[in-house]
Design a protein around this ligand. Structure first.
Ligand code: F0G
Length: 369
């Protein structure tokens, strides 16, 4: 199979179509199903290999037979983006790219900043001013990226960075870049090696992850990695739901407190719609209140602290069961895309503030009573 990519530098590689597990840890285990240019060692932080956690209480709450959560917050920078970045940055370096860039709602910028640092390449990230979670901003700054706040939303930042890369100034590592999606396929490879779920549910922003999953299923089936064909299902926030009807309706002023998926013009809209349609999946949209309720339940009932966008699949699944779209006999995997620690500020929406005591036992007992 040939990969062709023109994201600031032409790339054509032959990929070997056999599934041959390697000894590598994490996602480079799937190297035979990933595009590689040469034998240069990957730019890696040992991403992938994340937990798939059975959640019986939440299965009962959502109304399905079996429920597991794929905990992508366990990746090195705390989100699934690391899967795409290890592949994207490895190839960017092999191609001789001198500077990397992306637009981001936060996680892509944190991840690119880390892998750029690891590769020794300068990184610029464009983020919507005042609209990314504190932890994600801290990561990008700590990793030494040039962080540029754009006066506008993600969609404006994206359009700006596309213009910048079209002029050849930087190599673009948004999910428009097919190499990112190649790396993100490994999420589904891992799920399909461990289980054969009826359905896998994603939060959808740019639609990259769900598109990568679609490609992963086709390749897993074609190469003998797995015969399973789960229905891919996408969940969006009500105020940022350009795909939730099953066709594309751009949203001019996307709004949601789940800032990771605050996107009105997804760059992978067509691929994402196809992924859901061709696998017999569905879309749902949920309110911010439902998202926070789901975030609280994942934390309180299962010990899983995920960021708001990553809780949307649980809220969406419950809705789809209630409306009869999802059958109660199904086994479902929810993709928890990012770590809750990235966005600590939202927790005050459903948790009480800490208690306080003087440093003596009677005072402590009083506070505890
Ligand atoms: N969940 C989280 C935590 C995300 O950060 C994103 C996307 C998504 C879900 C949606 O994934 O775009 O592949 O449909 N975040 C991007 C970013 C846009 O810039 O970090 P998608």
């Amino acid at each position: 199979m040939r990969y062709r990519c023109e994201c600031g530098g032409l790339l054509e590689v032959e990929a070997d179509w056999r599934w041959r597990p390697t000894e590598a840890r994490g996602l480079w285990r799937y190297r035979s199903l990933l595009p590689t240019l040469d034998e240069a060692p990957p730019v890696t932080l040992q991403e992938g290999g994340t937990p798939l956690v059975r959640c019986e209480r939440l299965a009962a709450w959502a109304g399905v037979r079996e429920l597991s959560v794929k905990v992508e917050g366990a990746n090195p920078t705390g989100s699934f983006k690391d899967r795409g970045m290890t592949v994207g940055v490895t190839l960017a370096r092999s191609l001789g790219m001198k500077a990397l860039a992306c637009a981001s709602t936060g996680n892509t910028s944190a991840s690119l900043a880390a892998y750029g640092a690891r590769a020794g390449l300068p990184v610029s990230v464009l983020v919507p001013a005042g609209k990314i979670a504190a932890g994600k901003m801290a990561q990008a700054l700590a990793f030494g990226a040039k962080v540029i706040e754009v006066e506008g939303g993600f969609d404006e930042a994206m359009s700006l960075v596309e213009q910048l890369s079209a002029d050849g100034h930087v190599y673009l590592l948004n999910s428009l870049n097919p190499l990112r999606l190649e790396g993100q396929k490994t999420l589904l490879f891992e799920v399909l090696e461990a289980a054969s779920p009826d359905r896998v549910v994603f939060p959808v922003g740019n639609g990259g992850n769900v598109s990568a999953a679609h490609k992963a299923i086709r390749e897993a089936n074609a190469t003998g990695l797995s015969r399973a064909t789960p229905m891919l299902t996408g969940v969006q926030a009500e105020g940022a739901a350009p795909l939730a009807s099953g066709s594309y309706h751009p949203v001019d002023k996307a709004e949601t407190l789940a800032t990771a998926i605050r996107i009105g013009r997804p760059v992978n809209a067509d691929k994402a719609l196809r992924a859901v349609k061709e696998t017999g999946g569905a879309f749902a949209k949920v309110s911010d209140a439902e998202i926070f309720d789901a975030q609280r339940r994942l934390a309180r009932e299962e010990g899983l602290f995920v960021e708001p966008a990553s809780a949307a699949p649980l809220a969406g699944l419950r809705r789809l069961v209630e409306s009869g779209v999802v059958d109660r006999s199904e086994s479902v995997v929810l993709v928890a895309t990012g770590n809750g620690m990235k966005d600590p500020d939202v927790v005050s929406r459903y948790a009480s503030p800490p208690l306080r005591t003087k440093a003596d036992l009677p005072s402590l007992l009083k506070v505890l009573s």
